[in-house]
Write a protein that binds this ligand. Structure first.
Ligand code: CMP
Length: 306
């Protein structure tokens, strides 16, 4: 595959057993191998992988670690995988106005933002549309690596910043599987949640990265009235109930959400929410809640509580 790009890095073509993308991104239909062939193929690939090593000072390593901890794709890696990724990443300064990624080109790396701001734009029918503004801790350029498709958007710095670049091979060996599984696992569920219906597939995939699953047994408190709120919840499985001044105020089933009021109003929790039987919720922290969800829509819908 020819690789070109505004900021290209070394590449390898080892995407013969990709799963198809879950959303409307370009599909790659591949023949299915037998289970044992797949398992051995994977094992051989892992064994053969020698991660690149880009020399860094201790100060750079520390900055990079802090940066990766802000990113959902990287923050859950175990220590050994994290040190491989830190070793492989390359610091890339970007002046204001630099086009880091060009829509339609082949992509062989992704970027994590340490500082600066980067706009993602999509050209279609002669018009250019801003689809996302990325900030510190955000990742961009992952789609081409996850789905082996051309760059879906152009990405340009709107102010001077610092990026960390990760090559396709290290991403594929260390990060891709978990990231891909999480997006596939939650995309279908999130697409059915009514509060999220205005989201497009890309926004849903970003939310999927940010979700944390938590389970509760019958009677356990998920949210306690009076506590400071730091998370928003969507019920993935089971039922929960909100109690306010001793009265049941709301009941929540699969696809319902709660915990938004304290985050929107910056006030303590207005009710206690308890599990009714076994419950699995997907939580989103305060920062992601404000960045990824349509808070206006939630404010309008939250009239029902008042
Ligand atoms: P990739 O396609 O590899 O390169 C362009 C990047 O822009 C893409 O990965 C995403 O990281 C990012 N991007 C942000 N918003 C969107 C969007 N709505 N559609 C596609 N790509 C987006």
């Amino acid at each position: 595959m020819k690789r070109s790009g505004s900021m290209s890095c070394s590449s390898s073509d080892d995407n013969d057993d990709e799963e198809p993308p879950p959303m409307e991104f370009k599909k790659l239909v591949k023949g299915r191998q037998s289970v044992s062939a797949e398992a051995f193929g994977e094992w051989n690939r892992k064994k053969a992988f020698t991660p690149p090593k880009v020399a860094k000072t201790e100060a750079q390593k520390m900055r990079l670690k802090v940066c990766l901890m802000k990113s959902f794709l990287f923050s859950n890696l175990d220590d050994s995988d994290l040190s491989i990724v830190i070793g492989a990443m390359k610091e890339v300064p970007a002046e204001k106005g630099t086009t880091v990624i060009t829509q339609g080109e082949d992509g062989d790396c992704l970027f994590v933002i340490e500082s600066g701001k980067f706009d993602c734009t999509v050209k279609s029918g002669g018009q250019e549309k801003l689809v996302k503004s990325c900030e510190v801790g955000d990742v961009f350029g992952e789609l081409a690596l996850l789905y082996n498709c051309p760059r879906a958007a152009s990405v340009t710095s709107t102010k001077r910043g610092v990026l960390w670049q990760l090559d396709r091979e290290t991403f594929n060996h260390i990060v891709k599987e978990a990231a891909h599984k999480k997006r596939v696992r939650y995309d279908a569920f999130l697409a059915k949640v009514s509060i999220l219906e205005s989201m497009d597939a890309y926004e849903r995939s970003q939310l999927a990265d940010a979700l944390k699953a938590e389970t509760f047994t019958d009677g356990q408190c998920i949210v306690t009235a009076g506590d400071a709120g730091d998370k928003f919840y969507i019920v993935e499985e089971g039922k929960a109930e909100a109690v306010k001044s001793g009265q049941v105020a709301m009941q929540f089933g699969v696809g319902d959400y709660f915990g938004e009021l304290a985050l929107i109003r910056d006030q303590p929790r207005a009710a206690t929410v308890t599990a009714k039987g076994y419950v699995r919720v997907l939580s989103v922290d305060r920062r992601s809640f404000k960045r990824l969800l349509n808070v206006e829509d939630l404010i309008n819908r939250s009239v029902k509580y008042m």
